[in-house]
Design a protein around this ligand. Structure first.
Ligand code: PGA
Length: 324
């Protein structure tokens, strides 16, 4: 194709301008985009002006103190996202040609999976040295947003996303949730199994909206026609554990949350009706996404760790062997 036949965008727009444009939309501001990209703000302004001139329409409009993409800007953003994905894929293919030794693995993991993912990465890294890892830890809602935006290679979550996101999902480990109380709590003296109604009456510490753990136990209570007596909402498992120890209430948590301190500390696991909720950990990625060689190997490796992880859980709470 002769240069003269190229349409204006192909002829004049640079890849760097598109990266800057996407950063401005993501940040809603030239200043924050400049910070993210380590560029001076005038550079951003000049490049965005050039881009708007080529497009021939305004790309941004004011949105309160921030700016947002106009309709033309939204079209451009959609094209940028496709383009970045194509280049991301190309990156992967090139890395694959170089072999797994030089690979990179980006994991997005729901908060509770932070107790298990680093160990898996460490074991995988020992087998394949030279791989670079990154792990973004967030609650379920945020991780699903990252999955929609294709920000990581694989995602670890306790529940496969609903129909609105089409994914491939592979279970690779158990994730039992159960009731945890302070050793001095009256429920600790209730004969086993503790009725779920008694748990619903006790002051209950709930995880934040968007948490998969919260979703699972609210479903259990609702199935039994019960409503927990919520006294406090907390944004992390660690905060909930501290609140239990401080005597603020009881909660239902993944047994993985006790991985470091074990079950002989101030937090006690009880046998209770309907518990543990037997969940699984899944490795998930958008259907149709081409996995890198490194990500494929990690999937295969994780599948071999199921028994090891189950044994670790049973070591933590031997009674779990009745349920797994
Ligand atoms: P959470 O998710 O850490 O957001 O509660 C855990 C899960 O989905 O099991």
């Amino acid at each position: 194709m002769k240069r003269a036949h190229l349409k204006p965008l192909l002829r004049h727009v640079t890849f760097r301008q598109l990266q800057i444009f996407a950063a401005v939309v993501r940040n809603g501001s030239y200043t924050r985009a400049a910070e993210e990209l380590y560029l001076a703000q005038p550079t951003i302004s000049i490049q965005m002006k050039k881009l708007a001139d080529v497009v021939g329409l305004p790309l941004f409009e004011q949105n309160g103190r921030d700016i947002r993409a106009t309709d033309a800007g939204q079209d451009l953003l959609a094209a940028c996202q496709e383009l970045f994905l194509i280049f991301d894929d190309l990156d992967t293919r090139i890395a694959d040609r170089k072999g797994i030794r030089r690979g990179r693995l980006r994991l997005g993991v729901v908060t509770t999976a932070k107790y298990i993912a680093p160990e898996l990465l460490a074991a995988f890294g020992a087998r394949y040295p030279g791989i670079e890892f990154s792990m973004n830890v967030n609650n379920r809602d945020e991780i699903i947003t990252r999955l929609r935006n294709n920000q990581d290679d694989l995602y670890v979550m306790g529940q496969i996303p609903d129909n609105d996101v089409d994914v491939e999902a592979f279970p690779f480990a158990d994730n039992p949730l159960t009731i945890m109380v302070n050793r001095g709590h009256p429920l600790a003296r209730t004969p086993s199994p503790v009725p779920l109604a008694a748990i619903a009456e006790a002051p209950f510490l709930i995880r934040e909206f968007g948490s998969g753990t919260r979703h699972a136990y609210l479903n259990l209570f609702a199935e039994k026609g019960l409503k927990p007596n919520i006294v406090m909402e907390l944004g992390s498992n660690e905060a909930i554990k501290h609140a239990i120890v401080s005597g603020l209430g009881v909660s239902i948590l993944s047994i993985h949350c006790l991985a470091l301190e074990g079950t002989s500390g101030p937090i006690q696991i009880l046998h209770a009706e309907g518990l543990p909720i037997l969940r699984k950990w899944y490795l998930v990625y958008p259907r149709g996404r081409r996995l890198s060689l490194t990500a494929q190997k990690f999937l295969e490796f994780s599948a071999t760790q199921q028994d090891f992880i189950a044994r670790r859980l049973i070591d933590l709470w031997p009674d779990l062997s009745r349920y797994l």
